[in-house]
Design a binder for this molecule. Structure first.
Ligand SMILES: Nc1ncnc2c1ncn2[C@@H]1O[C@H](COP(=O)(O)OP(=O)(O)OP(=O)(O)O)[C@@H](O)[C@H]1O
Length: 342
């Protein structure tokens, strides 16, 4: 190694899981879904290789969770998993975040800083949202991945590093290659093993356990006790499609627990957007019949939704307006405009 590493001096990223037991306590990995079970077995299988892994899946499916799981199942588990969200930085900032810099390397570099490559030494580097990196950053990353060497910004001394790379994306990188925003050579380099993390709607077998898991977690975190959940809430939680996946489920439950009163989770606390989604449960996978103007589409959707809300409150306009957070006068105008039934 060209420059000595001293693990003790490396500022460790705060990690929310210490070991595999802790991982099982904090995340629901005991799955009843054959699809997700296969995903987890695949993660375990590849954990002990040193291959670069690309996790592909919609936002909120648990790609970061899967990355930590792979790390903790690997021989690198006693070292760190260092995560970087590539979309959170501009090109220059991402570079200094990854490579680190020497004192005086640029204006504002008052003292030297270690980058994530160094921090991930002997551990795992997790690059989230890799599809958001620029072509130039991809070239620089490719070089480090191939040579396992890098220099801090402002230094000519190469450092040798040993890390396992896991990247994640919710983008279609193959399409990005076609439109020249993602390098093909970089794609092949980072995706020796590609693992698809299934969306929640494809693993509904886990929904009940997940709901209970997050309820319990949220009650502890928010110091609440839930004694009753209105049936409409349960109906919603079990039938909703969760386009935001596990994150949306978790946030929804948090919200319901926080807004609960006297231990009761009420249907009134379901966000209004959820009510729209309930009306059109497969809104994300809908096949539309024909192309119409956006104005006409909005009008159709709005009128159906308002009719549904009016039905829910037995035609009580004042109550419907209150729940819709608009004035009764505005609602009356809409009722007349769309010819709605009270
Ligand atoms: N199996 C699981 N058990 C418990 N919580 C989970 C599980 N999977 C995901 N979560 C929770 O769901 C949220 C989203 O997970 P994560 O950040 O891993 O998703 P992601 O696919 O990386 O999202 P993004 O694409 O937006 O970065 C987190 O709060 C995470 O703790």
């Amino acid at each position: 190694m060209n420059q000595a590493f001293n693990k003790k001096n490396i500022a460790i990223e705060p990690m929310d899981v210490k070991d595999i037991d802790d991982m099982h306590k904090k995340f629901l990995l005991n799955t009843k879904s054959p699809v997700f079970a296969e995903t987890l077995r695949y993660c375990e299988k590849v954990a002990n290789s040193n291959s670069n892994v690309l996790l592909i899946g919609e936002s909120g499916t648990g790609k970061e969770v899967a990355a930590k799981y792979i790390h903790l199942c690997s021989q690198r588990a006693s070292n760190d998993v260092v995560a970087v969200n590539c979309s959170a930085f501009t090109e220059t900032l991402l570079e200094s975040e990854l490579f680190g810099y020497e004192q005086g390397a640029f204006t504002g570099a008052l003292k030297a800083k270690k980058g994530k490559f160094e921090l991930a030494h002997e551990g795992t580097l997790f690059l989230d949202e890799i599809g958001d990196t620029s072509l130039l950053t991809q070239v620089k990353l490719l070089r480090v991945i191939e040579t396992k060497k890098f220099e801090r910004i402002g230094s000519n001394t190469p450092m040798l590093i040993d890390f396992r790379l896991i990247c994640a994306t919710n983008k279609d990188l193959e399409e990005n290659i076609l439109n020249a925003t993602f390098r093909e050579d970089f794609f092949y380099r980072i995706s020796t093993i590609a693992i698809r993390i299934p969306p929640l709607r494809e693993r509904k077998e886990d929904l009940m356990d997940m709901i209970n898991f997050f309820l319990e977690q949220s009650c502890i975190e928010n110091r609440r006790e839930i004694t009753y959940i209105e049936p409409e809430v349960n109906e919603f939680l079990y039938n909703y499609d969760y386009p935001g996946n596990v994150r949306e489920l978790k946030n929804t439950i948090d919200r319901l627990v926080i807004l609960s009163e006297d231990g009761v989770i009420k249907k009134d606390n379901l966000p209004i957007l959820h009510s729209i989604a309930r009306m059109k449960p497969s809104s994300t996978s809908n096949t539309f019949q024909s192309i119409i103007s956006l104005k006409e589409f909005r009008k159709n959707t709005e009128s159906k939704y308002l009719q549904w809300v009016l039905n829910q409150v037995n035609g009580n306009v004042a109550e419907a307006a209150r729940r819709l957070d608009i004035s009764s006068r505005q609602l009356f105008n809409k009722i007349n405009e769309y010819g709605l039934q009270k």
